[in-house]
Design a protein around this ligand. Structure first.
Ligand code: PXP
Length: 254
């Protein structure tokens, strides 16, 4: 099968906010990161408003909606508070994810098959408000089929198990996980769902998933923000050095 179209890149900016929040300061600003992502060729911005607001805040979502020209993909848990927020902002897309307070990151996909009717009721007003509803699921056929039954437009396949296996050097497991992703993405496409994928992707793991012809969008965050430190650190230090030297040579002072 030939690829269905150009593969979109959604840049997740959550961890710019994680660094900001570590000091309770106003910087680094995730909206500035979104603008840079846009200039660098991102097709969309993804932000996860967690119930504990550990990274992205309500104000970040308001500012992203006001400033961004790229489509915003709002990741959120299936709670009434998040539904109210999404209905107020009406972002381009809403991705429903499972959420546990004690987890460091979204550990698994949503168990759609266990609560089909609640999730169908939950997403219906969001779709009615014009948001493209995506469901974040593990690469299991029954979860993909359940996402289809509840009326989602999109499934995002959780690539975390594949990426973890690869990173930990468990290459046989990584191969198995990749096969599960491949099968799930073909099934989702056959059912008429748009297929996205993400979680834990790096330069090493992105290529195999990007090669799946049905996948239309990858959402990538943590690795990109981490890599940005190394690609940008020298430049930031040079600028600080330049400002310090300039102040000394001009004798500028109070
Ligand atoms: N897709 C979904 C649904 C997610 O929850 C996340 C993490 O917030 C990502 C993609 C991006 O994962 P990562 O930050 O590991 O690239």
């Amino acid at each position: 099968m030939r690829p269905i179209g150009r593969l979109r890149l959604g840049v997740n900016i959550d961890h710019v906010a994680t660094v900001r929040n570590a000091r309770g300061s106003a910087y680094p600003d995730p909206v500035r990161a979104a603008e840079i992502a846009q200039e660098a060729g991102a097709d969309g911005i993804t932000a996860h408003l967690r119930e504990d607001r550990r990274h992205i805040s309500d104000t970040d979502i308001e500012r992203l909606m006001a400033h961004l020209t790229l489509p915003l993909n709002l990741e959120m848990a299936a709670t009434s508070e998040m539904q109210r927020i999404a209905l107020r902002h009406r972002p381009h897309a809403v991705c429903i994810v499972p959420e546990k307070r004690e987890e460091r990151t979204t550990e698994g996909g949503l168990d759609v098959s266990r609560e089909e009717s609640r999730l169908a009721d939950f997403i219906s007003p969001l779709a009615g408000a014009g948001c493209r509803v995506s469901i974040f699921v593990a690469a299991d056929s029954w979860q993909v089929e359940a996402a289809h039954r509840i009326g989602a437009a999109v499934v995002e396949l959780h690539t975390g198990a594949y990426c973890d296996a690869w990173t930990e050097g468990r290459f046989d497991d990584a191969k198995d996980e990749l096969l599960r992703l491949r099968t799930a993405s073909a099934l989702a496409h056959t059912l008429g769902l748009e297929v996205h994928a993400g979680h834990g992707l790096t330069y090493d793991t992105v290529k195999s998933v990007a090669a799946f012809p049905e996948v239309m969008e990858l959402n990538i965050g943590h690795f990109l923000i981490g890599e940005a430190i190394f690609l940008g650190l020298a430049e930031a230090i040079h600028e600080m050095r330049r400002l310090m030297d300039e102040a000394r040579s001009s004798g500028a002072g109070p």
